[in-house]
Design a protein around this ligand. Structure first.
Ligand SMILES: Cc1cc2nc3c(=O)[nH]c(=O)nc-3n(C[C@H](O)[C@H](O)[C@H](O)COP(=O)(O)OP(=O)(O)OC[C@H]3O[C@@H](n4cnc5c(N)ncnc54)[C@H](O)[C@@H]3O)c2cc1C
Length: 358
């Protein structure tokens, strides 16, 4: 039996700590709870918002509908052999805890995604990515309930249409399915090869060297990622924050050329990969559209460690918006829109939100 509440503050359910009100609110612990919630007569004809950890949502106003807080729990071994293991993880599990659990078991594949706040169910929505690893690299499939019919469908990797920090669940199927569980394939064999994603990432290598010696273990890689993130990024347990507020813009070669006239050393990347090639890498020569780092450009434009009233950007990261006590949704939205306006004026490029603006 679900406990449907009315007029609930979402302050403790979003990492920006914005005090917005949900007209209806329910926490679900099973698929049955979820079906009961979406079929409840009071909520019929109201929009539905599925909420994980609220680490990728920017509320701009109260939500006049039903917020469903996902608390489905459980981790099962679906299959395994000597080399690999497949885990089936319920979507309400905490992502950082899942990564820690896999590393403690010496299962390899998602260690670079350590410490990314949020739930397992939201991880395929934006195909979470960090330090040259993306969720899709170890993804097998997911189960999801269609909101309109209540039917369960399994999506394989292709059907999820993963792209860099993007998937079909952020595009055509946005708000259409509730992801209930995700299958991941992890390796039981750990080795670092020279051109692997681990060794490509300079800051990760430097961090590893600072506290450990080769040959590095899986736990070393995990610890290096956690240490780096603790140094560089705001901790949602300590400060209101939304992580990367904007997506890295895509530019055609002509736009890139114009930008390079001003910033000859600007880094740019392939659009579909979590990769940081050198500027003379072959991979960059034949592509027409590239992406450029929004954070770097915002920093050049003076947006690092900026504050206006109760909203600002993090001292180490111009892309991370942070809030202080008393910040309202309007304060935050005005601030982020100011960032976009300034970006457009300085670079003639539209900054798109990476977070879900609601
Ligand atoms: C400090 C900080 C650092 C971050 N660093 C990174 C990073 O390095 N890499 C990265 O990729 N992201 C990063 N993020 C973004 C964020 O952690 C991820 O997007 C994460 O997956 C959000 O999970 P969540 O459970 O909080 O999702 P929520 O914010 O609750 O939801 C996000 C979206 O997914 C939908 N959704 C949530 N759960 C489900 C479900 N079960 N079924 C269907 N739809 C669902 C929601 O409706 C919403 O549209 C960071 C955020 C913060 C605050």
């Amino acid at each position: 039996m679900i406990d449907l509440k009315e007029n609930i503050s979402l302050k403790k359910y979003n990492t920006l700590r914005l005090d917005v009100i949900a007209k209806f609110f329910v926490e679900v612990f099973s698929v049955e709870d979820f079906l009961e919630a979406i079929n409840s007569p009071q909520c019929k004809n109201f929009p539905i918002l599925i909420l994980g950890g609220g680490a990728n949502i920017l509320f701009t106003k109260d939500f006049d509908g039903l917020v469903i807080k996902n608390s489905l729990k459980g981790i099962k071994v679906a299959d395994e052999n000597d080399d690999e293991i497949i885990l089936e993880v319920a979507s309400g599990e905490d992502w950082p805890k899942l990564v820690e659990y896999t590393v403690n078991n010496n299962w390899v594949g998602i260690e670079n995604l350590a410490y990314i706040p949020g739930t397992v169910g939201a991880s395929p929505v934006q195909n979470i990515a960090a330090y040259s690893q993306s969720l899709e690299d170890n993804f097998v499939s997911l189960d999801a309930v269609e909101l309109t019919t209540g039917k369960i469908k399994t999506f394989n990797k292709e059907e999820c249409e993963f792209k860099y920090r993007d998937s079909i669940f952020k595009q055509t199927l946005k708000n259409k399915y509730f992801i209930t569980s995700v299958h991941f394939k992890l390796s039981k064999k750990f080795k670092i090869v020279d051109d692997s994603y681990h060794s490509r990432y300079e800051s990760l290598k430097d961090e590893l060297k600072s506290f450990s010696k080769e040959t590095y273990t899986l736990k070393d890689i995990y610890n290096a990622v956690v240490r780096l993130r603790q140094k560089k990024l705001p901790d949602p347990n300590k400060v209101g924050t939304i992580g990367s507020t904007f997506a890295n813009p895509f530019l055609n070669k002509l736009q890139l050329k114009r930008l390079q006239e001003k910033f000859p050393d600007i880094q740019y990347y392939p659009i579909d990969k979590m990769q940081y090639p050198n500027l003379d890498d072959e991979i960059l020569k034949n592509i027409e559209i590239v992406k450029v780092p929004a954070g770097w450009l915002l920093e050049e434009a003076g947006w690092k460690n900026k504050r206006s009233g109760n909203v600002g950007t993090h001292p180490n990261h111009a892309l991370c918006v942070v809030t202080y006590d008393g910040a309202t949704p309007e304060d935050v939205y005005n601030f982020t829109e100011e960032m976009r306006k300034d970006f457009k004026e300085k670079y003639n490029i539209e900054l798109e939100y990476e977070v879900n603006v609601i």
